[in-house]
Design a protein around this ligand. Sequence first.
Ligand code: NI
Ligand code: MN
Length: 226
Amino acid sequence: MDIQFLGHASFLVNFEGTKILIDPFISGGPGDGIIDIKTLEADYILISHGHGDHMTDAESIAKRTGALIVSNYEIVTWYEKKGLKGHGLNHGGKFTFDFGTIKYVQATHSSSLPDGSYAGNPGGFVIWNDQNAIYFAGDTGLNMDMKLIPMLCPKLDLAILPIGDNYTMGYEEAIFASDFVECNEIIACHYDSIEIIKVDKEIVSKAFAEKGKKIHFLDIGASKEY
Ligand code: NI
Ligand code: MN
């Protein structure tokens, strides 16, 4: 498996050959001018919630690639009305696709679509197959439901957690989150994109290291292998 950071909270996961694009937001975001959305490949596009900084480029990429949009029922229905194909989940539900399983899990946040449509409740994803298991928390505060993940899913190789505070949990809570999901390997997201969510990477890295955890700050466009 390898994971490419596309900026903010966008990732492209190559899951043993299956390309899973998560929360695509390149246009107008930190990845704009670095990531070429016209050549991004995707078999699946996962959308955690309806906010623009998580789905701005989903429609154009889905149209070009034919990727299947996986999100909650309301968001998927919204895209289906635009002629795109999707698979709607809801909290606690999972479905096994050709490449592996996706489970939609609790996130404490808000959610509405750019045109004001109801977007259901926000979520995160646990994605796994025989080789790998990752947790993408989405925009969320720390919540006790995270403790259900190790009870219900395979042992995680990696957790992708927001750390920027203000709109999501900050890094102090993300340390607890990584405890709750029982994963010591973390990739940071939802930080530094705008002034209000700037972090001091040195302080954050040290705080995780003190708990025996490793947090990675990927450069936009950079990939990491697992
Ligand atoms: Ni959000
Ligand atoms: Mn966000």
